[in-house]
Design a protein around this ligand. Structure first.
Ligand code: THU
Ligand code: ZN
Length: 339
């Protein structure tokens, strides 16, 4: 992913995030309005100039909906394809500038947008996130973000990913877990679709650690809380942990972020056979939160659910990353039993 999505001054980041009060930050970061211009229709015109008005209208309606979670449902994709008279790869590549507006890259200022196609036919928007003041290893690559979003939406697989340039080695390894047969197609504008297997030959994949399948399809494991749960945020974190993918450590975990607009964003841990590219649950949840139009300044609670006595814990990295984006919010950690 060598190229950056062109800036255009369309920036969802609260650049003064650390200095402004939470309220002011929230104001600057509402969905779509955060596209920074007075008229969001104008923004889409600047971002997607080659699209037809009708398509921009459909997208705007979707982006403005309080239910938008980064997914362009299969039905809307079908309508966009017929209005645009484009191929699917061309549509996906065309949406990259829009995806890039969600990027939070305060360290590199290198904004990445990605679009993935799930097995259901829905499309997802992805972008990179860098955690201010924290090690670079805490970053989420655009490709990881978009695949994690497809995962959080319960997709059974991902068939293609559009990127502005070929994905980096870290992303290729992350993708290997989500497409262990290497079949996922990588779409870069102006180039023929390439399968992962040709970008990552002789891959180290799940089978090298004895697995027959990768992260898809999303499965649920039984996890039992010590006492019945009546708190919706804890329940959401538990549900995210149940859907997490942790075949190598066994340490299932999930996060729920509650925000002041009254929403709850979930993130499941997505492990990788090569360990380091694993995506921690807070990072997965931040992708869901940002794409839904909430931002760091409106976080009110964060709950981490983990398995009691597991080989690893997400607690310290979650506290570090949370402290960097929302210093006033104390992590609530809950442990549950497997089975
Ligand atoms: N980045 C991606 O999102 N994808 C890639 O494949 C290459 C790099 C991001 C990570 C970091 O936020 C920034 O670009 C600079 O590396
Ligand atoms: Zn990458």
């Amino acid at each position: 992913m060598a190229k950056m999505i062109s800036g255009k001054g369309v920036d969802r980041r609260c650049v003064l995030g650390m200095m402004l009060s939470a309220g002011a930050c929230a104001l600057a970061l509402r969905p779509v309005a955060a596209l920074a211009f007075d008229d969001p229709k104008d923004d889409l015109l600047k971002l997607l100039p080659s699209f037809k008005d009708e398509s921009r209208r459909m997208l705007l309606q979707l982006l403005r909906s309080p239910e938008f979670t980064g997914q362009i449902p299969a039905g809307v994709v079908k309508d966009l394809l017929s209005v645009e008279r484009r191929t699917l790869p061309d549509l996906m590549n065309g949406l990259l500038p829009l995806a890039g507006t969600f990027s939070h890259a305060p360290i590199s200022n290198f904004r990445v947008g990605t679009v993935a196609r799930g097995a259901s036919g829905s499309l997802y928007l992805g972008f990179n996130i860098e955690i201010p003041g924290q090690p670079l290893g805490f970053s989420v690559h655009g490709e990881q973000a978009v695949l994690s979003s497809a995962y959080m939406h319960g997709e059974q697989g991902v068939s293609a990913i559009a990127v502005t340039a070929a994905p980096c080695g870290h992303c290729r390894q992350f993708m290997q877990e989500l497409s262990p047969n290497g079949a996922i197609e990588i779409l870069v504008e102006g180039a023929a679709p390439t399968r992962l297997e040709s970008l990552l030959p002789q891959a180290f994949g799940p089978k090298d650690l004895g697995r027959t399948e990768g992260a898809f399809p999303v499965r649920e494991t039984k996890l039992t809380p010590k006492t019945p749960i009546s708190d919706a945020v804890v329940q959401a974190a538990l549900d995210a942990a149940r859907k997490s993918y942790a075949p190598y450590s066994g340490a299932r975990s999930g996060i729920a972020i509650a925000t002041r607009p009254g929403r709850i964003h979930q993130g499941s841990y997505i492990e990788n056979v090569a360990f380091n590219p694993s995506l921690p649950p807070l990072e997965t949840a931040l992708v869901q939160m940002i794409v839904a139009g909430d931002d760091y300044g409106v976080i009110s609670r964060v709950v981490l659910v983990e398995v009691n006595g597991a080989k690893i814990t997400q607690r310290s990295v979650t506290e570090a990353a949370l402290g960097a984006v929302s210093a006033g919010v104390k992590l609530e950690a809950v442990t549950v039993a497997e089975g």
